[in-house]
Design a protein around this ligand. Structure first.
Ligand code: BV8
Length: 224
């Protein structure tokens, strides 16, 4: 098709790279409650536990390799540079496959100062009370958007959704807002909508078309 493609990816695109999803059977949030590791309140209560959780995930993400789905999206973006990829994932597998990507939920490999908002490359292990290199406050945290916090780049993403001719969601359960509402925003703007997922998601009914299967197969099949 002609026109602008906007793609939203979720944990399912990285599942075959060995990174677990969140809400599937055996998903991360079935083992570790969100309230203990992924809210600002959890960090205020027990920063060591939150750092341990993200230190572990930082190591796993660094060891993982992009899979055929990440590479296929990079090919698509190379052929059609106006293609926008928005990811909820905090791993860097899209970039490591060579794509340009908007990280709406932050990045494991970045640190954020809770005092002055300065950002820098996170060390492999972060620890409670680490000082910000810009202001010196002992307030370093992972640069991750936790529940109850505002996702990043929302105005930019809204502009892309308004201009989209095709919106594609890949490997996301549609359980977390505002990302789960993007399909409706794109539809309202007149875009066609396609869902690529192993199973139907919470918001499947909102899509015009679906392809079911592992991302490493259905994404290259769609792109190529
Ligand atoms: C906000 C970073 C506004 C952390 C994440 C009602 C009640 C209470 C709260 C709310 C509510 N409605 C909305 C909310 C707010 C809340 C929310 O949505 N809660 C839900 C749970 C109800 N949202 C927020 O708090 C957001 N902020 O709304 O701000 C605001 C306004 C004013 C002032 C302040 C704020 C912030 C949300 C961000 C949270 N952070 N991540 C981390 O990673 O550690 S979200 C978390 O879920 C994940 O990180 C991920 O990014 C996100 C989405 O998950 P998925 O990627 O979809 O993964 P999931 O496991 O769910 O699904 C996997 C899918 O893959 C499945 O569909 C499966 O079939 C598929 N799959 C599996 N294998 C494969 C596959 N597909 C293809 N191939 C395969 N091989």
């Amino acid at each position: 098709m002609d026109g602008k493609i906007v793609i939203l990816t979720g944990a399912g695109i990285s599942a075959e790279s060995g990174l677990g999803t969140f809400r599937d059977e055996d998903g991360l949030w079935t083992k570790v409650p969100i309230e203990e590791v992924a809210t600002p309140e959890a960090f205020a209560r027990n920063p060591a536990k939150v750092h341990d959780f993200y230190n572990m995930r930082r190591v796993r993400a660094a060891e993982a390799q992009p899979n055929a789905a990440h590479h296929a999206l990079t090919r698509l973006q190379t052929e059609r540079p106006e293609t926008v990829i928005v990811t909820q994932n905090v791993d860097a597998l899209h970039e490591r496959a060579g794509a340009r990507v908007i990280h709406m939920h932050g990045e494991l490999c970045r640190a954020l100062c809770a005092a002055c908002d300065h950002r820098w490359d996170a060390p492999p292990e972060m620890s409670p009370g680490a000082a910000c290199p810009a202001c010196g406050a002992p307030k370093a945290r992972p640069d991750i958007v936790w529940f109850g916090e505002m996702p990043y780049h929302m105005e930019e993403i809204a502009g892309h959704l308004r201009a989209a001719d095709l919106f594609v969601a890949i490997g996301t359960s549609g359980a977390v807002y505002p990302a789960a509402g993007f399909v409706e925003e794109a539809r309202m703007a007149g875009a066609e909508t396609l869902e690529l997922n192993l199973n139907r998601s919470d918001v499947s009914a909102a899509f015009d078309a679906h392809a079911l299967g592992p991302a490493s197969e259905i994404v290259p099949a769609w792109v190529d």
